[in-house]
Design a protein around this ligand. Structure first.
Ligand code: NAD
Length: 312
């Protein structure tokens, strides 16, 4: 069994570390948010007070951080990963970042004699809980093979995507397709409702028909439809926040600009997410784009007054 350092114990980090602990590994975790850290500790993570302490004697180090700037700061800072990692410690970033940041992590790690693998994930918090995530690995083949063993307790699928940054490239394209799919499900759910269909019946129809998709099966934005609940059953509290979705969609649109690929659907999805953020809803679940499809601007399952209460 291994000792694993884990930086970032949020929506994804907490359940992912719980699965490493369940597999018998020792996980030394660090998060700057005391509430997130405490929740992970309750699930078996050994909390430490710094990145340096997390890395002590670690065979591997995972990062699960919100945005590229957090990843850069955590690797590069004076108290960061590069300052304290040993050459035997395999570094893996599961965060969704831009390709450039990921390649920078590879290059700067290599320059320090360290080994880095980009290891972004798909499957959401439900996949993290159920250890059924897809890992998309990018890097030197030998390092990617080492990474397979560490990610196995959290994964259903592990795919070697190619050299440095290719895991992240696959992830960005996948998520662009996801958020276009979220819009289709959001609009479909409301049109079905207005046409008088029973939501559960329509969900069953779509699930075995050509309108079905991962967001339809997993994130259907109507309360009482998804067996283990979706954000709609929890006032659209985030499982995948609008802000993180904006980041991912924005990175894909940016990649489209760089490569010359036309992305009108992704651009529209991004503008809808931007509109939610402009309304102060960036911390809510990304499936709240459904609110923009309703005839009167109200949405079953979403009561803004409850946000005011919980944030008071
Ligand atoms: P999150 O915001 O819930 O968790 C990130 C955690 O990192 C937070 O607890 C935060 O306090 C911590 N953090 C930030 N800066 C830190 C620092 N300097 N040192 C230590 N901890 C720090 O985000 P999440 O939903 O868990 O997502 C994590 C990453 O995984 C993101 O890049 C996201 O895009 C990606 N992702 C998320 C999902 C999802 O469904 N939530 C799915 C796939 C991929």
């Amino acid at each position: 069994m291994s000792t694993i350092a884990w930086i970032g114990l949020g929506h994804m980090g907490a359940p992912m570390t719980a699965n490493l602990v369940a597999a018998g590994h020792t996980v030394r975790g660090f998060d700057i948010n005391p509430a997130a850290a405490a929740a992970a500790e309750a699930r078996g993570v050994m909390l430490v007070g710094s990145i340096a302490a997390a890395l002590e004697g670690a065979d591997a180090c995972f990062t699960s951080l919100p945005k590229p700037e957090h990843v850069r700061a955590v690797y590069d800072g004076a108290d960061g990963v590069w300052a304290h990692a040993d050459s035997s410690t395999l570094l893996m970033d599961t965060s969704t970042v831009d390709v450039e940041t990921s390649r920078w992590c590879h290059a700067e790690s290599e320059a320090r004699g360290l080994v880095f693998v980009d290891a972004p994930v798909s499957g959401g918090t439900a996949g993290a809980e159920a250890h059924t995530l897809t890992f998309m690995l990018g890097g030197e083949p030998a390092a990617v093979e080492r990474a397979r063993d560490f990610v196995a307790p959290m994964a259903r699928s592990v795919i070697a995507c190619g050299d440095a940054g290719s895991g992240i490239a696959a992830k960005l394209v996948n998520n662009m397709m996801l958020f276009i799919g979220v819009m289709a499900t959001a609009e479909g759910s409301q049109l079905a409702e207005q046409l008088g269909l029973d939501p559960k019946v329509f969900w069953e129809v779509a699930g075995v028909s050509s309108g079905g998709s991962w967001p339809q099966r997993t994130w259907y934005p109507v309360p009482g439809v998804i067996e283990n609940g979706s954000a709609a059953d929890n006032n659209f509290d985030a499982t995948f926040s609008v802000d993180l979705a904006r980041k991912d969609c924005g990175l894909a649109v940016q990649a489209g600009e760089v490569t010359g690929v036309h992305l009108p659907a992704a651009t529209l999805a991004l503008s809808q997410l931007d509109e939610l953020a402009a309304r102060g809803l960036g911390g809510k679940d990304c499936t709240l784009v459904t609110l923009l499809a309703t005839p009167d601007g109200t949405l079953r399952g979403y009561d803004p007054a409850l946000d005011t209460i919980s944030h008071a």
